[in-house]
Design a protein around this ligand. Structure first.
Ligand code: PFF
Length: 447
């Protein structure tokens, strides 16, 4: 067992970690989740709540998750046990199950993305909403959805099977700069649209105070913050377990969270102008998971060649963003079974990939099942995980948390602030968000 600890891989550089973690964070959630959640009535109130949750709650949880991983130098499944004994094995199991649950449907949505990209490139875009809906039902059912799901899984599995440095770090270092370039290009292009200003207003300035008390808006803001930052389910535990002791955890977390939030906001500055220019705001807020795949292609379809080029750039961007996220979702269970059973990386990767293919079939064939998986695994479980992590580092093993902050020479004020936040501020606020989210979820099921 000891030999495995010394063999543990490490990121080659701090920037390697930042890009890999940002690669996990920036994903379909930024492009697709942000657009539909902010248009579900929340408007600017949703954006404000989201940013506040990131700053007040998610940043301390982020550091806590990283401290857990780096201190234990173990996979997410075994890290809590290493620090606090077998009573905390259930937390490891949550870290093992939640990424599997998310990955199973995430790759299905990636399949839709690839299909839309393919159509934009080679076939053409729908010219009206009805055509777009027919197009969406064709890519989200039958054989094509299963092929898209399988290919997306295989692609990510190949990257994960090459390991941390040669796989995940190399790929994210290559793709992340491209992704930032595309998004800047698209945001600049969106300013030229006739509905750009109305789009920005709807997204950022339509402030309705009542929305701050709307359970759906609160739930959306919590879910979006945790989902978008890939928090609460062991991803950052796993990625930080490959960090050296010198890296300053708070600085790294601020770097990753800033990149992710910037991309989320920029994505809003792209999707809202597009959708409002073409008068499709109802299409995006009414439908949920399918929003991007119906409204964006329709809008761009009426914009000629330029629209097609933009569609290719947009869906390529989404796919690149998604690969680097799916890779992180795979790495958690893969490293966990390597750690627990001593399996080789290759064997673990293919076992998990095969399992995920099967587990994703219900979501691939039924969009309602996909929605339910998203509400549970991509929603309440993440928030619950975030609560447990902050409670764990703040109350159960505060000495280890201290140790991790001291070892990387975090200043005394920052250390005090983080300890205070993980003990007294984050747990009650997350518990509040969790109760509201559960209430809103159950309410939706009953009605
Ligand atoms: N953060 C990714 C996104 O916004 O699409 C998705 C994701 C990856 C969610 C990893 C959760 C996670 F643990």
């Amino acid at each position: 067992m000891d030999s495995k600890i010394t063999e543990r891989e490490q990121w080659t550089s701090r920037i390697g970690f930042i890009l890999a973690a940002a690669g996990s964070a920036v994903g379909l959630g930024n492009l697709w989740g942000f657009a539909y959640r902010s248009s579900q009535g929340g408007g600017a109130a949703f954006v404000l709540l989201y940013v506040l949750i990131v700053l007040i709650v998610c940043l301390p949880v982020f550091v806590a998750e990283m401290a857990l991983g780096r201190n234990a130098m173990k996979s997410a499944l075994l890290a809590p046990v290493k620090l606090a004994g077998t009573n905390w094995y259930p937390l490891g199991i949550l870290f093992f199950i939640a990424p599997l649950g998310i990955a199973s449907y995430y790759s299905v949505i990636m399949g839709w993305t690839a299909d839309t990209l393919f159509h934009s490139l080679f076939i053409g875009l729908p010219s009206n909403l009805t055509e777009a809906e027919t197009f969406f039902s064709s890519i989200s059912s039958g054989k094509s959805v299963l092929i898209g799901h399988l290919l997306s899984l295989l692609l990510s599995a190949l990257i994960v099977s090459s390991g941390i440095k040669k796989g995940i770090e190399k790929v994210t270092k290559f793709f992340m700069p491209i992704l930032f370039l595309i998004i800047v290009f698209l945001a600049i292009w969106a300013t030229s649209l006739s509905g750009a200003w109305v789009g920005y207003k709807t997204f950022l300035f339509k402030f309705d105070f009542a929305e701050l008390r709307n359970p759906q808006t609160i739930r959306n803001a919590f879910t979006q913050a945790f989902f978008s930052l890939s928090l609460g389910i062991g991803i950052m535990v796993t990625y930080a377990s490959y960090l050296n002791k010198k890296s300053n955890l708070p600085k790294l977390s601020i770097g990753v969270a800033s990149l992710d939030t910037l991309v989320g906001l920029m994505a809003g500055l792209i999707t809202f102008p597009i959708i409002l220019t073409f008068g499709l705001s109802d299409a995006i807020s009414e439908s949920t998971v399918g929003a991007l795949f119906i409204s964006i292609p329709t809008a761009l379809g009426s914009y000629g060649v330029v629209g097609r080029i933009v569609a290719v750039a947009f869906f390529a961007l989404a796919y690149i963003a998604a690969i680097t996220s799916l890779v992180s979702l795979l790495e958690v269970p893969v490293s966990s079974i390597m750690d627990k059973y001593g399996f080789k990386r290759q064997k673990s990767v293919w076992l998990i990939t095969f399992f995920l293919f099967l587990a994703g079939i219900p979501s691939a064939l039924n969009i309602n099942i996909l929605g339910t998986f998203d509400s549970i695994f991509g929603g309440v479980l993440l928030i619950f995980g975030g609560f447990l992590v902050s409670f764990f580092m703040g109350w159960v093993v505060p000495g280890k948390f201290n140790e991790e902050l001291n070892v990387s020479k975090v200043g005394i004020k920052t250390t005090r602030y983080l300890k205070f936040m993980t003990r007294w501020v984050a747990p009650p606020i997350i518990a509040f968000g969790l109760v509201i989210s559960l209430f809103d979820l159950l309410n939706g099921w009953v009605n």
